[in-house]
Design a protein around this ligand. Structure first.
Ligand SMILES: [Zn+2]
Length: 297
């Protein structure tokens, strides 16, 4: 499923391609009625016709294609959706579900094997989205903001990262990678993180997402960009879908478990279950302050 880096890659590609381009028609292909969530393509066509795209925004995994009539086309790629920018005569992609006809003979095509993607035409992007947590690559996403979203939560940290109400845009790939980078066990309760662990997780979330954007997203199965090309982040993952392979850092065998109903990949040695803080006082004598003290008589 496209996550923040994949959707951001699409946003960056689309912006220069469609900015200022007029929509001369919109149509659904047969069988794609669910894409518009109950609205007809004739209705959307009549509203879009003559409008031009201005900028392309993103919130979490949602794209917002802004129009010069102040409305916005909100696109959610969901499982297998992708957008293609093509000249009208370019061969049709299989599973094309909707087509925006643009001026100068170009098309923006929505392609989706599984048909879970959605397109909404609304006045404000929020109208087409559920409540979302903070944007993890924004200036507002400080370690404190991350902790505000996670504190008090007893669910495993892996599940908490996937919940879009906590933090927007993180999916299975980048959650597993961020937990590996921060050396956190995916089943640790989200609200149990200590200050140093929070700082490590915050840094790891931002690093994994930035790396994903820098590599044009990850193409494990379905994700492709607006030109139909694959990203490269799949060549850089440390644990995701590397079950039974050796960990890059310690050579232990990467394991796959299910957390919160989702496949989860981690290194049991780099990401151990944390020992509980000891409450029984040690009976060993206190260690000498300076190692030399124990050597010299
Ligand atoms: Zn390891």
């Amino acid at each position: 499923m496209p996550e923040l880096p994949e959707v951001e890659t699409v946003r960056r590609q689309l912006q220069p391609l469609i900015a200022g381009r007029e929509i001369v028609g919109f149509k659904l292909l047969p069988g794609a009625e669910r894409l518009l969530r109950g609205r007809s393509d004739a209705e959307i066509d009549s509203q879009l016709r003559g409008c031009a795209f201005t900028t392309v925004g993103r919130r979490g995994k949602y794209l917002g294609l802004n129009l010069d009539n102040e409305q916005v086309v909100v696109v959610h790629l969901r499982m297998t959706g992708s957008l293609r920018f093509r000249p009208r005569g370019y061969e049709a992609e299989p599973f094309t579900r909707a087509v925006f006809d643009l001026d100068r003979g170009d098309q923006l095509r929505f392609v989706d094997v599984r048909k879970f993607g959605t397109i909404d035409l609304v006045d404000q992007m929020e109208e087409a989205m559920p409540e979302l947590g903070p944007e993890p690559l924004s200036d507002d996403f400080t370690p404190e903001a991350m902790w505000q979203a996670l504190r008090g939560r007893q669910q495993p940290i892996k599940a908490a990262l996937l919940d879009q109400r906590n933090i927007a845009g993180i999916g299975n790939i980048y959650a597993d990678e961020a937990l590996f980078l921060s050396r956190l066990n995916p089943e640790a309760p989200a609200g149990s993180l200590r200050p140093a662990e929070r700082r490590a997780l915050h840094a790891a979330i931002q690093q994994t997402l930035r790396d994903g954007v820098a590599h044009g997203g990850a193409s494990f199965r379905d994700y492709t960009d607006v030109d139909g090309a694959e990203g490269e982040q799949q060549y850089f993952v440390r644990v995701f879908r590397r079950t039974d392979e050796p960990c890059d850092d310690c050579s232990a065998t990467i394991r796959r478990i299910i957390v919160g109903g989702r496949a989860t990949h981690f290194c049991p040695r780099c990401q151990p279950v944390r020992q509980r803080t000891r409450t029984v006082k040690s009976t060993r004598p206190p260690r000498a302050k300076n190692a030399r003290d124990t050597l010299k008589p």
